[in-house]
Design a protein around this ligand. Structure first.
Ligand code: NAD
Length: 462
């Protein structure tokens, strides 16, 4: 038996564990009233504080803040509220003939005491969206936001303290050490969003207690542009999401594979889109965010220097400014495979472009890589779209768009293997935070009794 009493967070964990059965037995109406309170806090009471914190942490433009931190969280809450009654019901299943005289069903029972660990890039959304599902499913939750988006971490703590008691939902602010201390505790479920490297640490800590995990991870999400694509639409869509939150988005297009014959036209249209969105000088544009900190800035500058040492071609060379954590939109071609920009997740406003002649070259390349969180296809030809989907694997896919798959709460969102385990959003998140408890009730005598000992040759045939 492990003794947890010297763990800094054990008393809170213990409190939540004791309170769990009360939360687990709340009605769907009680859970909806909690969600209403959370919705009010995000949509009304704390909206300006959220915008302000996101601006301080990431210079996030208000439109981007409202879209992801407010609108998408509120949309998730509304969706859950609309369906919770249905999810609460017994879910009947059919029984085969040999189970005559029985009925079977399953229920979604809360997993128990859950831990949510969230990242800095969408600090509000990626902390609160999983929380919505955890509450809906009847869990108690300890939430550890990212220490790196420190202003957002504080606002999250304020929101949660204003809506919940700490034996229902508690925020523990802190960094790596805090996360590691929490990971020693025997949670019933861990929902982690962050890097692949830390995902492995979380999973091995969870394995010690056989705690189930949802891992929403990252990686390199490719874009394939077919000759049949509407290039103007393609260039604009990629330029938007590549620079949304300054490229610090898990499902951002990481690099582009464009057919050799349309490469120059694509680059021309991409440049035009950059001009239209951010003007000649993106540093003066109020719609262009910034990198989160010096560490991320230096990491990207290192990738650019590495590209130069490989004599890559800068189609667009954005200016840089360390004191402002600013890297202008950058487009690079002729990168060798070993370059850092083609090996590491970029997570910034730099777009490498690769070319191909036959689609099978792309397919073979992707097969040699880990399964991406998102794979994007720009094409009008249905045959090529189907061919790519059939011959590749990815957590999610966008066709003629980048990132919109994240915003449909009816779609399962998440990676596969290195890009993640388990699915999020709407019902899929609710499922992650629930145990599907199968129940069979016997009413009548039925044919089962034919199996009672002593066993005969006839029974062996059954
Ligand atoms: P990260 O893995 O460094 O940090 C995430 C969380 O883990 C933070 O709360 C942090 O405090 C904690 N943490 C960091 N190191 C730890 C350690 N050694 N042990 C225990 N906990 C630790 O990730 P990040 O830099 O905040 O976020 C960027 C990454 O997240 C990118 O790879 C991105 O693709 C990924 N991401 C994925 C999704 C998704 O939905 N799949 C969404 C956003 C970001």
């Amino acid at each position: 038996m492990i003794n947890y009493t010297d763990n800094k967070h054990f008393s809170l964990f213990n409190k939540q564990e004791k309170h769990q059965h009360i939360v687990a037995n709340t009605s769907y109406r009680e859970r909806i009233s909690k969600l209403n309170a959370l919705q009010r806090a995000v949509e009304v009471t704390y909206r300006e504080k959220i915008q302000d914190a996101l601006h301080k942490d990431l210079k996030r433009p208000i439109v981007e803040s409202d879209l992801v931190a407010v609108y998408l969280v509120v949309k998730e809450i509304k969706h859950v509220k609309a369906h919770l009654r249905q999810w609460f019901k017994k879910q009947p299943v059919d029984s085969q003939f040999t189970l005559l005289g029985t009925t079977s069903w399953y229920i979604y029972e809360p997993k128990g005491v859950c831990l949510i660990i969230s990242p800095w890039n969408y600090p509000i959304n990626l902390a609160l969206s999983p929380l919505v599902a955890a509450i809906a499913a009847g869990n108690t939750v300890i939430l550890k936001p990212s220490e790196i988006a420190s202003h957002c971490s504080k606002v999250i703590a304020e929101i949660i303290n204003s809506v919940f008691t700490e034996n229902e939902v508690a925020v523990i602010e802190g960094g790596v050490e805090t996360a590691q201390e929490l990971l020693k505790l025997p949670f019933n479920h861990i929902f982690f969003t962050g890097s692949i490297e830390v995902g492995k640490i979380v999973m091995s800590a969870a394995a010690k207690h056989l705690t189930s995990v949802t891992l929403e991870l990252g990686g390199k999400s490719p874009v394939i542009i077919d000759v049949s694509a509407n290039l103007k639409l393609t260039a604009k869509a990629i330029a938007w999401i590549k620079h949304f939150n300054n490229g610090q988005t898990c499902i951002a297009p990481d690099y582009v594979f464009v057919h050799e014959s349309i490469k120059n036209e694509f680059i021309r249209l991409y440049k035009m889109a950059l001009l239209e969105f951010y003007t000649e000088d993106a540093s003066k544009s109020s719609t262009y965010g910034r990198l989160i900190n010096e560490k991320q800035y230096n990491r990207l500058i290192g990738y650019l220097e590495d590209a130069r040492t490989h004599n890559a071609h800068f189609e667009v060379e954005g200016p840089t400014n360390a004191s402002d954590l600013f890297i202008g939109p950058t487009v690079i071609t002729n990168l060798p495979e070993e370059s850092l920009l083609l090996q590491e997740e970029i997570f910034g406003p730099i777009l490498p472009i690769k070319t191909y002649n036959e689609i099978d070259e792309v397919i073979e390349y992707l097969k040699s890589k880990p399964k991406p969180l998102a794979l994007y296809i720009y094409a009008k030809r249905r045959r090529i779209i189907n061919y790519i989907i059939k011959h590749t694997k990815a957590g999610t896919t966008g066709i003629n768009n980048n990132g919109l798959q994240f915003s449909n709460h009816n779609l399962p969102f998440g990676g596969s293997n290195t890009s993640g385990i388990g699915k999020a959003h709407g019902f899929y998140s609710f499922q992650e935070f629930s145990n599907q408890r199968g129940i069979l009730k016997r009413y009548a005598i039925g044919p089962i009794r034919l199996l009672y000992p002593p066993y005969t040759n006839f029974k062996a045939l059954l």
